[in-house]
Design a protein around this ligand. Structure first.
Ligand code: F6R
Length: 245
């Protein structure tokens, strides 16, 4: 694993955007695996800025997102579809049909998960997967569990995740109880994985996930076994790490 220790959220965002830009420039039809949440917003902003300057071209890029709430339609402002369009897709020259997320409106979970796995395969797999990380070590909606989930699946959200995500909804009651997410196996098949983490509140989990034992109780810990992981984390997020970086 390569670790980039950066000063703050802004630097983390610039570094992550740099790495994604390099990928797009060296392979214009790259398949980018993308994430939502508050951590990647600055990264997307930076990519949009460079696109506006004429330094980046998204016309051949394909994207697949990690996850989507089950039961929310595309117009719902809390859907990840809406988030991605607002922060990235509507602001760069990526053709809409080259952007993909699990379809939260498909009630048939098994079919939807199979469709999404087949879609990723038909795109030739993910070149680089961007990941944020939850306070319990979740990646995508892969929550702490007894075993690592292999493929895209439908999950019941844990109470802690519902509580963490309720800030985006009117109340905790409005937060969907289920979501579709790439599995850990799906994520590990990406050629390269780019994890971004910021803030002191993530310091404990960064230490556990990347310097602790590999366990499904800390889903992100499995990333230690991937041959090409880049961790971009700010000083606050790395503040509990005692190992030399
Ligand atoms: C979102 C996702 C989640 C988030 C995680 C961290 O697509 O996959 O695993 O990355 O919940 O969220 P933030 O960035 O809001 O702390």
């Amino acid at each position: 694993m390569r670790v980039y220790a950066v000063k703050d959220y802004r630097e983390m965002s610039r570094k992550a955007a740099n790495i994604l830009s390099a990928q797009i420039i060296s392979k214009p039809d790259s398949v980018l695996g993308l994430a939502t949440g508050s951590t990647p917003i600055g990264t997307y902003e930076q990519l949009v800025e460079w696109y506006e300057k004429g330094d980046l071209d998204f016309s051949e890029v394909r994207t697949v997102n990690l996850d989507e709430y089950k039961g929310l339609d595309k117009e719902n402002k809390q859907s990840y579809y809406y988030f991605m369009h607002r922060h990235l897709f509507d602001r760069v020259n990526i053709p809409q049909e080259q952007t993909h997320l699990p379809d939260g409106t498909n009630a048939e979970a098994e079919k939807e998960c199979r469709r999404y796995e087949e879609l990723m395969e038909s795109l030739g797999g993910i070149d680089i997967q961007l990941l944020g990380m939850g306070h319990n070590g979740h990646i995508g909606f892969n929550e702490p569990a007894e075993a690592f989930a292999k493929e895209t699946h439908c999950v019941d959200l844990q109470e802690s995740t519902i509580q963490a995500n309720k800030r985006f909804f009117e109340s905790a009651k409005e937060v969907p109880r289920q979501a579709y997410t790439m599995g850990i196996g799906t994520i590990l098949r990406a050629v390269r994985i780019l994890v971004i983490v910021s803030g002191e509140d993530k310091a404990d989990i960064v230490k556990k996930a990347f310097w602790g034992p590999i366990t499904p109780q800390v889903p992100a810990s499995i990333l230690q076994l991937h041959p090409d992981v880049i961790l971009v984390a700010d000083e606050a997020a790395l503040s509990k790490v005692t190992e030399k970086l």
